[in-house]
Design a binder for this molecule. Structure first.
Ligand SMILES: C[S@@+](CC[C@H](N)C(=O)[O-])C[C@H]1O[C@@H](n2cnc3c(N)ncnc32)[C@H](O)[C@@H]1O
Length: 236
């Protein structure tokens, strides 16, 4: 498994790439949407003036707060908010970032619209989320796998679906990238508590993929392949 990236949300390589892309400055005010354990907010906080970290789950906010104090970070404000209905005026932030969360949102257009609304013109819009390879088969079958693994999964968008979502917003795309990831099994299942029946169904789905799709999704007893999509854009 040496050459496989057993990535977690706190993977320093991902966080460093995010910082290198966004290029935050010490005057910036940033919003971290769906902060979860706080990795994104904490990384940004080291470079910017202030971060507002929001999440719908109070327990996650409590966890993120603890993580930020452990790193002696004092410029993050934590708030319970639903991304679909942000209690924040328009044009407030220089940076709006969200990692590993869009696939949970029940109304993605509304959520992205809210993230866009609170970003200042000229501000940076950064997203990293699980994704699927372009094509009807991967868009449906890999999302079926993700849902079997995690019942809170709504949709991993392929690059072509992302293009459609972003078209609704007046943004200039600075960077997009589809990143291949291979996760170690059974750890990938264990993290979400996937039951045995769902694990077996996931392998059945992978086995029945067309050969064209299988090439994109190699797997074995001890690993599975997934994708992520990364976006950096500027609000017009
Ligand atoms: C995987 S975690 C995010 C990880 C985190 N962003 C990071 O960089 O480590 C997903 C988070 O999305 C949050 N979430 C789900 N739906 C949400 C919503 N409608 N509004 C705000 N947060 C939401 C969940 O509570 C959870 O904490």
């Amino acid at each position: 498994m040496d050459n496989r990236l057993s990535a977690t949300h706190g993977n320093p390589v991902d966080l460093e790439r995010m910082i290198n892309l966004i290029k935050p400055t010490s005057d910036d005010i940033a919003l971290d949407v769906a902060t979860g354990g706080g990795h994104t907010a904490i990384s940004l906080a080291k470079y910017v003036n202030q971060v507002v970290a929001i999440d719908i789950t109070p327990e996650m906010l409590a966890e993120a707060k603890v993580a930020s104090s452990q790193e002696d970070i004092s410029n993050i404000t934590f708030r319970a908010e639903d991304v679909h209905n942000l209690n924040i005026p328009d044009n407030q932030f220089d940076i709006v970032a969200s990692r590993f969360a869009v696939h949970h949102f029940s109304d993605v257009n509304r959520a992205l619209g809210e993230m866009y609304r609170v970003l200042k013109p000229g501000g940076k819009f950064y997203i990293l989320d699980c994704s699927v390879f372009d094509g009807e088969e991967s868009e449906s079958e890999i999302n079926r796998i993700e849902l079997l693994r995690d019942s809170s999964h709504k949709c991993s968008y392929s690059p072509r679906l992302w293009q459609q979502l972003l078209k609704e917003l007046s943004l200039t795309l600075d960077h997009t990238s589809l990143i291949i990831e291979q996760y170690e099994l059974p750890r990938w299942f264990d993290r979400m508590g996937t039951d045995q029946t769902s694990r077996e169904e996931i392998f059945r789905i992978l086995d029945s993929l067309s050969s064209a799709c299988k090439i994109r999704y190699p797997f074995g007893d001890d690993y599975i392949t997934t994708y992520r999509f990364e976006i950096l854009a500027t609000k017009n």
